[in-house]
Ligand binder design. Sequence first.
Ligand code: AMP
Ligand code: MN
Ligand code: MN
Length: 334
Amino acid sequence: MDDANANASTEEIGSILRSHDSFILLSHVRPDGDAIGSQLALGHALMAMGKSVRILSEEGLPENLAFLPGSGLVECPPSEPIEADVAIALDTATQERVGAKCLHAASRAALWLNIDHHISNHRYGDLVHVIPTCPATGQIVYQLLTGLGLPLPDESRDSIYVAVSTDTGSFQYPNTTAETYEMAADLIRRGLDVGTINSKTYDELPFRRLELMRALLNTLELAEDGWLAHWELTEAVRDKLHLQPADSEGLIDHIRAIRGVKVAVFFEEIQNGKIRVSMRSKDPAIDVCKIASQFNGGGHALAAGVRMPGPLAAAKSRLIGAIHQRIAEIRAEG
Ligand code: AMP
Ligand code: MN
Ligand code: MN
C-alpha cells in the first residue's frame, strides 16, 4: 500500500487531537445519524479536553437529529473560512461530499483527518483512519476515545449510541459485531438511558413521513422475479407534502424487508434535475457499492448510494439495467 494512504494508528490520531487547539468537524451532505452523531461525539470529547471546536453541516442541523444532547453546536458553514488548526471529516467517503460551503469554510485548516468506515473511501486528507469492518463511524470514534483514554462526556455517549444504532438498523445488520454490542453495553454502564434514547430516535416521527410512505407505496414495483423492489419520490410529491430531506431516511428498509427481495432501490428527484439513488442488498453476491461505483457513487457492499443525472426515467433505466446485468451473471453462475 502507498505509505501516504496507509491508515494512521490510534496513537497518531491521538497525538494530533492532543497537540492542536482548534478543530473543525465535518461530515457529509444529507447527514444521517452516524454523520451528525460522530461529529457531536468527537466534538464534545474535544471540548472536554479544553479545545476550541466548530461543528459544521452543509445545511445546518437536520430537525430529526435535534434531540441529540448538545446538538445546538451544529451550525451552517460561515461564508468566510474559519481559522482552525485541524479539519476532521467523519463518515464521509469523498472530500467533495462534505459540501462546497463546508469545504470553503475549512479551507484554512493546515491538517485534514479522514475518519470513516466506507470501503469506497477515497483516502483523501493528511491522515486517514478508515476501518471498513466497523459498522458505523460512531464506533470508530468510541474506539478512539476509549483507546486513547480521552474524555467521553454524556453528550458523546448518547451520540455514539445513536450513530451506531441508525447505521446498523438498530443493531441488526450483518456488519454488527461483538464489539458493537460490547460498546453498547459499556455505554449503558456509563449511564445511557436506552429506552429514552431509542424512543427519541424512532418514535418521534413527523406525520408527513407517513404521508410520504403512503405516496411511496403507490409507486412500489417488484422486478427480476421478485429479487428487486423499487419505489420513487418525485419533486411534485416532495413539494406537496412539504418534505424535508431527512424524512425519507430509513424508509427503504420497508422494501428491503420483503420476502424474496435481494435488492431494494429508492429513486428520489433532488435539486438541479439530479436523481438521488439509495440501494440496499440482502445478498453479498449483489454488491451494491460496486453497482453504485459504476455511476461514481459508493458506500458499503450492502448499503450504497449515488447521485445521477436526470430525468428520473433515464436514471432508473440505467441503474436498473446495471442491477439486471449483475442478477443475470448470478443466475448464469448458479
Ligand atoms: P443512504 O442510502 O443515503 O443511506 O446511503 C447508504 C450508504 O451509501 C451510506 O454509507 C452513504 O454514505 C453511501 N452513499 C450514499 N450516497 C452516496 C454518494 N452519492 N456517493 C458515495 N456514497 C454514497
Ligand atoms: Mn452516513
Ligand atoms: Mn456511516
